[in-house]
Every structure is written in C-alpha cells, then in structure tokens.
Design a binder for this molecule. Structure first.
Ligand SMILES: NC(=O)c1ccc[n+]([C@@H]2O[C@H](COP(=O)([O-])OP(=O)(O)OC[C@H]3O[C@@H](n4cnc5c(N)ncnc54)[C@H](OP(=O)(O)O)[C@@H]3O)[C@@H](O)[C@H]2O)c1
Length: 330
C-alpha cells in the first residue's frame, strides 16, 4: 500500500466541501487538486480546504499525472460522463450517488473500471457508519430473529426552484434519486432484492418526483415501506421489525447518529455517536484500503450492490413514469 494517495475533487459544490473537510482527517489522504468549470471556484475551494492545485476544467484535473483518486460530486445527470472521463484518464473513482440515471449507464461505468483495472465505488456512506455496522452485526447474529418489516424515511423541505439541482429534470433531480435512494438502500441491505415493487409519487411542475412512497413485497407478509420527500419535514430514520425485537437507526449526514435495539423481554439499549466530522472519512479510507489491496471494488459497497440498487430505482421510476431528458443510455 502506498503511504499516501493524491486526491482530486471534481465539481466543488456543497457536498464536496463537506467531503473535503473530512478527507483532511484521513491518514494517507493527500489533498492534492480541485477541478471546477470555473478557475476561480476551483482556486477558492482549494484555498479554503488546503488543496495544493486547482484547475479551471475537469479535463485539466484528470490529466494531472500525479492524481491517484478523483471524487466526483457533480449532479446525478453528469455522473456517467464524468466517471467515464476519469476512468479513461486512468484515475480511480469515488462517485457520488445516485451512481447514474439508470442501470445501463452504471453497467458501462463498471465495465470501464474493470477493463482498466481501476477502482470504482458509489459514494454510499451509511454502510460505513458505526450505527449501521452495529445494526448489521445484530441482525447477522440472529438474536433478533427474522426481519418481517422495514420502514424507512428521508424527508425535508427544499424550496421550489425549477433550475436548482433538486427540481431540475436536466440534472436528474427529484426525491427518489436524491434521498429516496437511502431508504431503498436500507431495504436492499437488510432484506435483499424484493419480489414485487409498487410506488406512488407526487410530481413537481418540472416533472420530477417531489415525493415518493414505495412498497416492497418480499413474500409471506415480509414487506418494506419507504418514503422520501423534498416537500415535507421528517428527517431520517429506519426501523427494522424482527420476530424477536426491533432496531431503530437515526443518522443524518454525520454529526450524531443512534442505533436503538429493543430485545424481546429486555430493556431497550440506545447507542449514540457524536462525531466532529460529517461521516465521509470512512468511505475515503475504504477507497484507499481497497486500492492498496489491489481491488477494483469495495467489499462493503461492491458493484453488485450498486447494480441491484439502480435496478430497483429504475423499476420505481418505471412505476411512476419518470424519464430524464438527459438519460444518455436507455
Ligand atoms: N453523500 C451525501 O450525503 C450527499 C449529500 C448531498 C448531495 N450528495 C450528492 O452529491 C452530488 C452533488 O450534490 P451537491 O448538493 O453538492 O450539488 P451542488 O452544490 O449543486 O454542486 C454540484 C457541482 O457540480 C458542478 N456541476 C457540473 N455540471 C453542472 C451543471 N450542469 N449544473 C450544476 N452544477 C454542475 C458544479 O461545480 P463547478 O461548476 O464548480 O464545476 C456544482 O458546484 C449529487 O450527486 C448528490 O446526490 C450526496
């Protein structure tokens, strides 16, 4: 394993700032370069977070021969294009969620990484959080019996802005790809791929879903109920109902999370974590660890997981009739 890896940030927006401030705390991560469509924005971001170099185009960033890993934080609509550019330039990639518009694009990204023996991971941060790992360990131990139902929601109010990333179909906006992906991910992680999917949506004037309500049927009464909205308050929580107990997970982006475990006939136990970071340091460390072990994919968020996830998201979009104008491959 190399002693340190040169990280680059492609598209220095809001989440890139949080990621960069966490990256500074990760052993072996060198804050190397920033690439923006604007040289001024790149320079300002580089100065603010302590990166050595800044570039006024993504192409210049990606062609820097000393760049080892690039974190792609552009809107969903551009993940395919930017990931393919980075892989073609020979860079390892951590790309924000949702990985791309649809399964065909995600499969092509994975094929490209595989063909070039490069690392690629979807930046799904919750599986790396201590609360999530605790829940997974308890479920896997079998002490709570079988999972019968999972209920998960992610909701906040985003003021309507037809041009903004969340409501703009050109940027692949909408509740499902932006935040609904997390409840779907939890159901997929803990219960697997459902047999049947149904969904209803509230549609914004721009045509994207502002609210999505999804039901997974696993057969024999086992179900998941998933809700996401950018037009109602509610925060983030996941409850896992089992034959011998229940788990409650609450985790906003970093800075405070809980895992509460209720066991049949016993007192409820609540574990809390309050961290100074946003929680992105774990996924960054995973990228470097995997590359150091000469692996092209993470064992925590493997390619098969991202393919199952996007397949479900495609299916949900099919139920609500949502097609993005910018879908590059259909
Ligand atoms: N993991 C998490 O917890 C989390 C949280 C929030 C968001 N995200 C994900 O992170 C990604 C970015 O979200 P964000 O909230 O950071 O977005 P944002 O603040 O709007 O930043 C996106 C950046 O992408 C670049 N960009 C490139 N082409 C663009 C275009 N056509 N229109 C607008 N921007 C464009 C811009 O940077 P330059 O022009 O300077 O290059 C912009 O600053 C999304 O995939 C989102 O789902 C993840």
């Amino acid at each position: 394993m190399k002693e340190s890896y040169n990280w680059g940030i492609l598209a220095p927006g809001k989440i890139a700032g949080k990621f960069a401030s966490d990256l500074a705390s990760v052993n072996g991560a060198n804050l190397y370069a920033v690439g923006s469509r604007s040289a001024d924005r790149a320079e300002e971001f580089a100065k603010k977070y302590g990166f050595q170099k800044s570039y006024g185009s993504y192409e210049e960033l990606l062609s820097d021969p000393d760049l080892d890993i690039v974190y792609i934080a552009s809107p969903h609509s551009h993940h395919y294009r930017h990931t393919m550019m980075a892989l073609e330039a020979g860079r390892n990639v951590l790309c924000e969620k949702a990985f791309s518009h649809n399964r065909i694009e995600v499969e092509e990204m994975i094929e490209k990484a595989s063909a070039g023996s490069l690392f690629l991971m979807e930046a799904l941060w919750p599986p790396f959080q201590p609360s999530y790992r605790m829940a997974r360990d308890v479920i896997e131990s079998g002490e709570l019996g079988e999972i019968v139902h999972l209920r998960s929601h992610f909701a906040f109010v985003a003021p309507y802005d037809p041009e903004g990333r969340l409501y703009n179909p050109e940027l692949a906006g909408g509740a499902l790809l932006d935040i609904g992906i997390y409840p779907v991910m939890d159901a997929l992680s803990f219960m697997g791929v459902p047999k049947l999917i149904s969904a209803v949506a509230g549609i914004a004037p721009t045509g994207v879903d502002h609210t999505i309500d999804i039901r997974f049927d696993y057969g024999n009464g086992r179900t998941a109920s998933l809700y996401a909205s950018i037009q109602s308050w509610g925060g983030t929580a996941t409850e896992i109902f089992c034959t011998k107990g229940k788990i409650l997970l609450e985790r906003g982006t970093g800075k405070g999370q809980i895992c509460q475990i209720s066991r049949e006939g016993k007192e409820t136990v609540t574990e809390r974590w309050d961290t100074a970071t946003n929680g992105f340091e774990h996924e960054a460390a995973e990228v470097m660890k995997s590359i150091g072990e000469r692996r092209c994919q993470s064992s925590v968020v493997p390619w098969s997981f991202s393919i199952d996830l996007i397949t479900i998201l495609d299916s949900v979009r099919g139920k609500i009739g949502l097609i993005y104008p910018g879908e590059l491959k259909k």
